[in-house]
Design a protein around this ligand. Structure first.
Ligand code: CTP
Length: 409
């Protein structure tokens, strides 16, 4: 299944103070390589001038139903013919009402009515206007009509109230647009992901840890959510924000991570172990800070529980559920060690990469190791790699379910 295209965006801007944020939205959309054509309602031009959007989009801005610039004089038809998706941000209460009723007495409503491309609206209005039953009815109707609604968010409003009705931030809208466009290959699946390092305490101020940034695990959690899965992310100590729509559980050490996973593993369809879990922890944690004495200090380390191996052994006893995916960051003989690790841990799929070039980096090259052998993937930004891996997992998940259902008819 190909992702939905969003390369050409028809952006409608309606009259609300959040219109100023749409200037940033255009900038981000253009920066991400998209072509943006802006239609503004007359009320929107009271908040931001057309020149701002023209400069940021690098294209003509349309405000008038009777604009004669398009060759056929039909701006309302032409606009959506040259776009993949129509996005209205901010969408005022009036705009939502107009869309529900199929009004066509201004350029934006008319273009929305005359389109055959998907429509996404980002509502923005005062809290009471948003909560009004009329607006809520309109939102429900738009939803029933197949319109996608992004937001609104909650927080401080221009009118001084605090609550629902804020337009999503431009970054959030772009992230949601990208998520919306991904194939829903994991729809209805529950996915559990571990990410980041663990920290094993030596004393109250010192820990044993590693260089994992958590970026790959967070990217995989995001990609799985974009693919329609219900995702729980068990994260070690990292400085990353939680991707949209994901339940995050923060843990510190390997024992906590193990517990958090085992409490949830029975209800998940896929387990992806990306975390760089410490293999050893100090046998005893000193109650007070260990003072420097000048003499040698010997720490006794004991092995931690292998979370992935434990879950994989359970899966083998439960008809292959959850489908287990491991990661192996190796510093040498990457594919040999990964193939051996896959067998040792008893997982159907292991993703291998080079530790020195992946830890903390923005992109990564990886190889898929499964029963069929090794498939090398090109070096990609971590989110792109994660989306590719999710697609690979979804295919294997379906075929593994088929195998099990044919074995146990
Ligand atoms: N893993 C785990 N629990 C552990 C150790 C590792 O779940 N206690 C998982 C990791 O999340 C990863 C996979 O096992 O998916 C491989 O981790 P890695 O550290 O490479 O494997 P080890 O078994 O620790 O092997 P080694 O360190 O000797 O290479």
């Amino acid at each position: 299944m190909q992702p939905l295209p969003t390369a050409r965006v028809l952006l409608g801007v309606t009259g609300g103070i959040a219109a100023y944020k749409s200037a940033e939205l255009v900038r981000l959309l253009v920066k991400s390589g998209r072509e943006v054509t802006v239609i503004m309602t007359p009320a929107a031009t009271e908040f931001v001038g057309t020149a701002t959007f023209q400069a940021l989009s690098g294209r003509a801005v349309y405000t008038d139903l009777w604009d004669t610039r398009p060759a056929n004089g039909m701006a309302h038809i032409e606009a959506s013919r040259h776009a993949d998706v129509m996005l209205i941000a901010p969408a005022s209460a009036d705009c939502l009402a107009r869309l529900v009723h199929g009004r066509s007495d201004d350029l934006l409503s008319c273009a929305a009515l005359a389109r055959s491309i998907p429509l996404i609206v980002c509502p923005a209005m005062n809290l009471q206007m948003w909560q009004n039953p009329a607006t809520q009815r309109n939102v429900a109707q738009l939803h029933a009509d197949g319109v996608t609604i992004f937001g609104p968010g909650s927080g401080e409003q221009a009118c001084g109230e605090v609550g629902d009705g804020r337009m999503w931030e431009p970054e959030q809208i772009v992230e949601a647009l990208e998520a919306w466009a991904q194939p829903k290959s994991l729809a209805g699946r529950r996915v559990l992901v571990t990410a980041g390092p663990t920290q094993e305490a030596i004393d109250p101020v010192r820990v044993i840890t590693n260089h994992s940034s958590g970026k790959m695990g967070f990217a995989l959690a995001r990609a799985a959510a974009e693919a329609g899965a219900e995702v729980t992310l068990v994260a070690g100590p990292v400085a990353l924000s939680t991707p949209m729509g994901i339940a995050r559980i923060d843990v510190v050490d390997a024992a906590q991570m193990h517990r958090a996973v085992m409490e949830r593993v029975d209800v998940c369809d896929v387990f992806i172990a990306v975390a760089a879990v410490a293999d050893y922890r100090p046998a005893d944690v000193a109650a007070e800070k260990i003072k420097k004495s000048g003499a040698q200090l010997t720490l006794t380390l004991v092995p931690t529980e292998d979370i992935l191996a434990t879950v994989a052994a359970r899966a083998q006893a439960h008809g292959g559920r959850p489908f287990c995916v491991g990661f192996a960051a190796e510093s040498e003989r990457v594919e040999d060690f990964a193939a051996e690790k896959r067998r040792r841990k008893g997982v159907p799929l292991l993703i291998a990469n080079h530790a020195t070039s992946t830890f903390g980096a923005e992109d990564s090259a990886a190889a898929l190791v499964d029963e069929a052998g090794i498939t090398r993937l090109p070096r990609l930004p971590k989110l792109a790699l994660a989306r590719r891996l999710v697609a690979e997992i979804a295919v294997r998940l379906t075929s593994s379910a088929d195998r099990h259902s044919s074995r146990f008819p």
